[in-house]
Design a binder for this molecule. Structure first.
Ligand code: KIV
Ligand code: ZN
Length: 516
């Protein structure tokens, strides 16, 4: 019988620890629902004790997402473990993931604990988690820089206290495939008990996928991964790469099956990219837009004659089917909703109304919209449907190579119009300055990315901005047939997020977030 390789997705926990990502509960839920559609086995939904926002997101995902087991991260403190379970308890099935650092550097400089204390903490945290659920994972943080004998002691203590999965984090991406594989093999041989071994590889040396696969070959039966390889610093092992490597090279992983519906990979990647504001590099394996593009004549000729000459993956198997035209300006609300449902996008209520209004506006300007366009509109409107401080009303710009670029922006706040006119270095700069003046929110634009949703001159422009205001970093996005308008919408979207984050922080008396 085939053995399952458990796909443990940590996009919503480790993935969102990438700088500048700030997702709210609705956005996290949207990603979690797509991960369930993709068929991952576990969703690590957050670190409930880190902040009230994290708690609420984990709780909302546990309450409504069906299929995958929902996991939450926790330190070993009893109060943390209890809080984690509080957020998870309504899930169909819930896992507590307990971690503590075990490397000399972390124990000395961060924990300020002796090895004996770390072992005692491990026992305490895992045992407490087992009082809540029989699915408990334990991670010795910075495992690859932890002396082996000590790590074995800690892992054995965790198993004795009730851990059912032992996750081996290469926290700083220090591992080399054969060395990491040997580590997994050694642990499996030396640590006694009934548990599943897991890998958690970071990509500081660009080896996260290779190390994860080496771990699987050595006996690990869970891999911790993030969509698009998101995560701290250089990121985590990319879900799409690990899954496709095991699928395509089944000869190297005999008897191992992966439950993921790979046709959902491209859509999942696009959704995560839009909501996090992290673009996917064009030549990214599996999900990059060039992953199936052939430039050289010889390659094109070969692929046209027989796809397998230069492609090891069928684009359709990972959902890279290109853009089909789906709707136009004559399409009504019913057709719109129906198409979204067929695409697996479950949008209802205010979000549906907002998305439909936006669709109509865009369909009036662009003849036909594709699936990718609809995804972009829906992603923009998931946030737009909630009460926002400033609603975009209109934009007028003047510019070119002679006139000084100028923009007039009108926004609506509590039913009142606020408008401002500003000049800038270009029309986009002028539009952003006008928004600053109209809203009174003065931020620093730290990143700006514009791409087209599909090809062609009438393609929708998709703009993602990162804005920093008094230490709060947020991303905003906007789509339009006009890139200046898309930029203004993205900027205003970010301004609205800043206002929301400020309001939340004020309500919570400025809690400091904890990150692992
Ligand atoms: O990289 C790491 O060590 C982690 C742990 C919390 C599992 O993310
Ligand atoms: Zn990590």
């Amino acid at each position: 019988m085939a053995e399952r390789l458990i796909i443990f997705d940590t996009t919503l926990r480790d993935g969102v620890q990438s700088p500048g990502i700030s997702l709210d509960v609705a956005e996290k839920l949207e990603i979690a629902e797509q991960l369930a559609r993709l068929g991952v086995d576990y969703i690590e939904a957050g670190f409930p004790v880190a902040s009230q926002g994290d708690f609420e997101a984990v709780e909302a995902i546990a309450q409504s997402v069906q299929g995958p087991v929902i996991a939450g991260l926790s330190r070993t403190h009893i109060a943390d473990v209890d809080r984690c379970w509080d957020a998870l308890k309504q899930a169909e099935r819930g896992r507590i993931h307990v971690f503590i650092s075990t490397s000399p550097s972390h124990m000395e400089h961060m924990l300020k604990m002796t090895p004996e204390q770390v072992i005692a903490e491990t026992r305490q945290g895992v045992a407490r988690a087992r009082e809540h659920t029989d699915d408990v994972e334990f991670s010795p943080q910075d495992a690859t820089r932890t002396p082996l004998d000590f790590m074995l002691e800690v892992l054995q203590a965790a198993v004795e206290a009730g851990a059912t999965t032992l996750n081996i984090p290469d926290t700083v991406g220090y591992g080399i495939p054969w060395d990491f594989g040997a580590l997994i093999q050694y642990i499996r041989r030396e640590v006694k008990g009934d548990y599943i071994t897991s890998t958690h590889c970071h990509n500081d040396l660009g080896l996260a996928t290779a190390n994860s696969l080496a771990g699987v070959q050595a006996g690990a039966r869970q891999v911790e991964v993030c969509v698009n390889g998101l995560g701290e610093r250089a990121g985590n092992a990319a879900l799409e790469e690990v899954v496709m490597a095991v699928r395509i090279r089944g000869d190297q992983f005999p008897g191992i099956e992966v439950g993921v519906r790979t046709e959902e990979l491209a859509r999942t990647s696009r959704l995560v990219s839009r909501l996090t504001g992290y673009p996917v590099q064009y030549n990214k394996a599996v999900v990059g837009r060039n992953a199936f593009a052939h430039e050289s004549g010889i390659h094109q000729h070969g692929v046209l004659a027989e796809r397998s000459t230069y492609e090891i993956i069928d684009a359709a198997d990972v959902g890279q089917t290109g853009s089909q035209i789906v709707l136009g300006k004559h399409s009504g609300r019913h057709a719109f909703k129906d198409t979204l449902e067929k695409m697996g996008l479950n949008v209802t209520g205010d979000a549906l109304n907002a998305a439909f209004t936006r669709f109509k506006e865009l369909a009036d300007r662009k003849v036909q919209l594709t699936e990718a366009d609809l995804e972009a509109i829906v992603a923009e409107e998931i946030g737009g449907a909630r009460a926002v401080e400033f609603v975009f009303e209109s934009l007028e710009v003047r510019g070119g190579t002679v006139a000084v670029p100028q923009a007039k922006v009108v926004v609506v706040r509590n039913g009142e119009k606020a408008e401002a006119i500003a000049e800038g270095d270009g029309m986009i700069d002028a539009a952003c300055k006008a928004i600053k003046a109209a809203t009174g929110v003065d931020g620093r634009l730290t990143d700006f990315n514009v791409s087209s949703v599909t090809g062609g001159v009438d393609a929708l422009g998709d703009v993602i901005v990162q804005l920093e205001v008094e230490g709060v970093k947020v991303t905003g996005r906007g789509v339009s047939t006009d890139v200046v308008e898309a930029s203004a919408r993205a900027y205003l979207n970010a301004v609205n997020k800043v206002v929301q984050v400020r309001a939340r922080n004020e309500a919570r008396g400025r809690m400091t977030a904890i990150t692992p």
